[in-house]
Design a protein. Structure first.
Length: 519
């Protein structure tokens, strides 16, 4: 009977959420069609915050990165990073179910009420028999039963509305949403999270700045995680105070005697080089998961999302190096476009390189350079500025940068393949965090330069720009499909590109003139 009642409760919740999402889609579309964008954004955010769980997790991923969340006017919106509403849980009874008497005896006491609550878990303060302060993270009731259903609903909603965030470029939205779903499902795997936390603890246990709490693996189960308590001030609290006019640097100095510039610099630096030296890094560095501590230490909590590095580390290094040059004022629009193409549209990059290599005239027939030169011309004609004169120093998003550069309306017909999306999201969340504190110019340029210098000196494999091989037939097919998309988007740009390609007899079958006619 109890099982049947539980199943009925789950079914009822699913029906209610389905109705709410359907109603939200309808109302949002109505507001969008009437140009009431700001009202639409606020409606979406308020409803997602009310739904909680994975919907809040989605907000955490985009809150500091998009105009959607910037136009959300709820003064309590930063609560999505910590101190969400909790649910009633009989903790004493749960611990008796999860732990043997011998293991339970290691815990001296636990406060019955949570002091923090996240999307999927609630956190309780406790103490071990030896006096060590600990936290016990408990999975919220019914999370696993509801999560897959919620992800399907969110998938439907995302396709309709959030894909327009990057409307200047065709992104493989299916892969991006699948990666988000996979990462979210893993976040409810507490055994996996405990092992990852322990992995980071071993890596950083002697570090002078980064502090990872010890995880008590023998006390962790499918439903609870036991770790050392991390004190300090949440960066989410600093962001909230900054919004009220408080100077972050002065506040941290007064409260902790620490230097927030140094702390955020070191955290970013360690995360960047960790991509090249570790199998994975913390993938969710939002303000609620970072603690500023005494003695310039930075404590990290919540290890439910891990971010793996991309297979093409040299492509990522090229992109980082490009942004380092942007901050120095020495980068060209051509270089920015080329390195963005290399990382985000690797199949086209490899195909253009293959074609140039195949005809044996790399200097005179470097098609990547020729395409990038056209991109630079388009940028100069559209803005009358050089790359140095733009505001890229203040823009944390690589996607935004390439859009601003040349690609309004996706005139270059690029189809992005988002590899290592969790790692990219981690980087963008960090840079957006700096922006929300007004510290991006002080922290990001010197931090990135230091990281690039270190990687260049210590990781020759990442500096090597070799690319995977591709057959000439496959390369020509990719180029043909790309040119067809350009012809459809921007016939004038197509003529410029086809002029570069026309002299090569290998690609006469692409039927360039027919493409212009069809366009």
């Amino acid at each position: 009977m109890a099982k049947s009642t539980h199943q009925k409760t789950i079914a009822s919740i699913k029906r209610t959420r389905t109705k709410r999402l359907a109603k939200l889609i309808t109302r949002s579309y109505f507001l969008h069609k009437r140009g009431r964008e700001e009202e639409m954004y606020n409606l979406i955010c308020e409803e997602f915050m009310s739904l909680g769980g994975v919907y809040v997790k989605f907000l955490q991923g985009v809150l500091l990165q998009s105009k959607v969340m910037k136009k959300w006017h709820n003064p309590e919106k930063l609560r999505i990073f910590e101190n969400l509403d909790s649910e009633p849980i009989n903790l004493a009874q749960l611990l008796e179910q999860e732990l043997t008497k011998e293991k339970l005896s290691q815990i001296a006491f636990v406060q019955p009420e949570p002091f923090a609550a996240g999307s999927f878990g609630q956190v309780y303060y406790g103490q071990l028999r030896n006096g060590q302060p600990i936290i016990i993270k408990v999975l919220r009731p019914m999370v696993r039963e509801l999560l897959k259903h919620d992800l399907r609903l969110l998938n439907v909603f995302s396709r309709r509305f959030f894909s327009t965030m990057y409307r200047n470029m065709n992104i493989q939205i299916n892969d991006a949403l699948k990666d988000f779903a996979d990462a979210t499902l893993r976040e409810t795997d507490y055994q996996h999270e405990a092992q990852f936390a322990n992995e980071l603890y071993d890596h950083y246990k002697n570090h002078l700045v980064i502090h990872i709490p010890q995880t008590y693996i023998d006390l962790c189960t499918d439903n609870i995680i036991v770790q050392d308590y991390v004190d300090g001030i949440s960066v989410a609290q600093i962001v909230r105070l900054h919004g009220q006019g408080v100077n972050p640097e002065n506040y941290v100095e007064e409260q902790l005697g620490s230097d927030i510039i140094f702390q955020l610099h070191m955290y970013g630096y360690e995360s960047i080089i960790g991509i090249f030296e570790m199998p994975r890094i913390q993938g969710d560095p939002h303000p609620g998961n970072i603690r500023l501590m005494h003695n310039n230490k930075v404590g990290l909590i919540d290890f439910g999302i891990s971010a793996k590095p991309p297979e093409d580390k040299s492509g990522l290094f090229g992109l980082l190096e490009t942004y380092d040059k942007v901050f120095e004022g020495s980068q060209t629009a051509m270089g920015l476009f080329e390195n963005s193409l290399r990382f985000f549209v690797s199949d086209l990059y490899r195909s253009l390189k293959k074609l140039g290599d195949y005809i044996g005239h790399k200097d005179s027939r470097n098609y990547i350079n020729e395409v990038s030169e056209i991109a630079e011309q388009v940028f100069a004609e559209a803005t009358g500025k050089s790359i140095v004169a733009t505001d890229f120093k203040k823009d944390a998003s690589v996607l935004m940068a390439i859009n601003k550069l040349v690609n309004k309306g996706n005139r270059f017909g690029l189809v992005m393949k988002l590899e290592a999306t969790e790692m990219l999201r981690a980087i963008q969340t960090y840079t957006s965090l700096l922006g929300s504190l007004g510290l991006f110019p002080k922290v990001m340029p010197p931090m990135l330069h230091e990281a690039v210098v270190y990687i260049r000196e210590n990781h020759a494999d990442a500096v090597n720009r070799a690319t995977d091989d591709i057959s000439i037939a496959d390369a020509l097919d990719v180029i043909a499909n790309w040119l067809e998309r350009v012809a459809d988007k921007d016939p004038a740009l197509f003529r410029q590109l086809s002029k570069k390609m026309r002299s090569n007899p290998l690609i006469t079958d692409i039927k360039l003139d027919e493409g212009v006619t069809n366009a």
